[in-house]
Ligand binder design. Structure first.
Ligand SMILES: Cc1cc2nc3c(=O)[nH]c(=O)nc-3n(C[C@H](O)[C@H](O)[C@H](O)COP(=O)(O)OP(=O)(O)OC[C@H]3O[C@@H](n4cnc5c(N)ncnc54)[C@H](O)[C@@H]3O)c2cc1C
Length: 355
């Protein structure tokens, strides 16, 4: 069976890995000359939003035989609303490295492939490839092709403004800021590479490119962040729902298939799962839509949460932080396996009351 994969990203590589498990040798078309990220950053995998899965890295190993070596364990989360600080400790998740170095997440997946051919510097076009191959997996990290085929419903269109900064950091701590004045309905965060270097990012919905720069300056000034910057970038961030995920012999996976969830814009876990499921569906004939139903349902729940958080004010954020700081509530959220996303709508309504 001949399978073409467009994009050597997380979804494309995970798909190739799954196909190889069934002795199929796919061909990946990658427009870049390398595997890895164009812009250096640190990705987070958060246990709280992955529930009922307790440990996403163990899950990926156990279910798909893909090994991921995290950059660090995350055991501290410090969140700032305009007038409150909230800190929680425990086994909260992982950090992953996203850049061009050998331990970058994509490079880790690539190193686990044996028979896949990667055609570097070749942009794949699904219209041509669908005639040449039995199946085409679109995993190009963007909704462009799903849009062309009328399968994309946009939910989020904004910018991520980011920088690699130098300073003194706890390598196990994620810092998050919520303030409508400079994040609108998004958020800002700091995720460390190590004790001396970190990624500082601002995710801002519904802004144009130059406004993204203004919000970035506003954020750094408001929080008095004066870290020296060694690298900077700004990229358009688009997420949405894709349906159907398969059109004739074309399957959408990863961001191209709507993997990026609409609550925080996380997509690592979903992209890997979607890539694997695309491979599984091709080999076994199982219905792709059926294989994706957990991801799709979870993303729908996260969209409901996102809509509620969008309605909160800064005062609502402060109220929420006061409530979650109570030991009983903190215990309930972090030291149990309660599915916070599933029950999220009620929790957010309760926490962000603007009285
Ligand atoms: C700054 C930033 C921070 C993020 N932080 C987090 C986080 O903390 N946690 C989290 O879970 N998620 C995070 N995400 C989202 C996550 O990184 C993505 O959801 C995930 O990488 C998507 O994987 P993918 O395989 O769909 O696409 P990608 O990993 O983007 O890979 C797509 C590949 O396709 C190639 N390509 C594109 N077009 C073509 C073409 N026509 N032909 C051939 N090749 C092509 C590209 O060069 C690329 O290699 C973040 C995203 C960004 C941008």
């Amino acid at each position: 069976m001949d399978v073409a994969i467009i994009g050597a990203g997380l979804a494309g590589l995970a798909c190739a890995h799954e196909l190889e498990r069934y002795d199929i040798k796919p061909t990946i078309y990658e427009r870049n000359s390398y595997i890895g990220e164009q812009f250096s950053h640190v990705g987070a995998l958060l246990e709280l939003v992955d529930r009922p899965i307790v440990d996403s890295i163990n899950y990926i190993k156990k279910e798909f035989n893909i090994e991921i070596m995290p950059l660090n364990i995350m055991n501290r989360l410090i969140s700032y609303s305009p007038n409150r600080t909230y800190e929680v400790k425990g086994k909260l998740g992982y950090f992953t490295k996203r850049n061009k170095e050998p331990d970058d997440l994509k490079k880790q997946l690539y190193a686990q492939l044996n028979n896949t051919e990667v055609k570097f510097n070749e942009a794949g076009d699904y219209e041509t490839l669908k005639e040449q191959y039995d199946f085409v997996v679109v995993a190009n990290g963007a909704p462009s092709f799903a849009k062309e085929l009328g399968c994309f419903n946009e939910l989020f269109n904004g910018f991520v403004r980011g920088a690699v900064v130098l300073g003194e950091f706890d390598p196990h701590a994620l810092l998050v800021w919520l303030d409508k004045d400079y994040c609108k309905n998004g958020y800002a965060y700091l995720a460390p590479f190590n004790a001396k270097k970190a990624f500082l990012g601002l995710v801002i919905p519904d802004v144009n490119e130059s406004d993204a720069d203004s919000y970035w300056e506003l954020f750094k000034n408001a929080e008095n962040l004066k870290y020296p910057v060694v690298e900077e970038f700004k990229i358009n961030h688009i997420s949405g729902f894709v349906y159907p995920h398969k059109v004739s012999n074309i399957l959408f996976a990863g961001n191209a298939g709507g993997s990026m969830e609409p609550f925080l814009g996380f997509g690592v876990f979903n992209s890997i799962v979607m890539g694997v499921m695309a491979g599984k569906s091709i080999v076994t004939g199982l219905d792709y839509e059926d294989l994706l139903k957990d991801i799709v349902n979870k993303n729908k729940q996260k969209y409901q949460l996102r809509k509620l958080v969008n309605m909160a004010t800064n005062k609502g954020y402060d109220n929420a932080f006061t409530v979650v700081s109570q030991p009983g509530i903190r215990q309930l959220i972090y030291n149990t396996s309660i599915d916070v996303v599933k029950h999220g709508a009620n929790i957010v309504k309760f926490l962000t009351k603007n009285k």
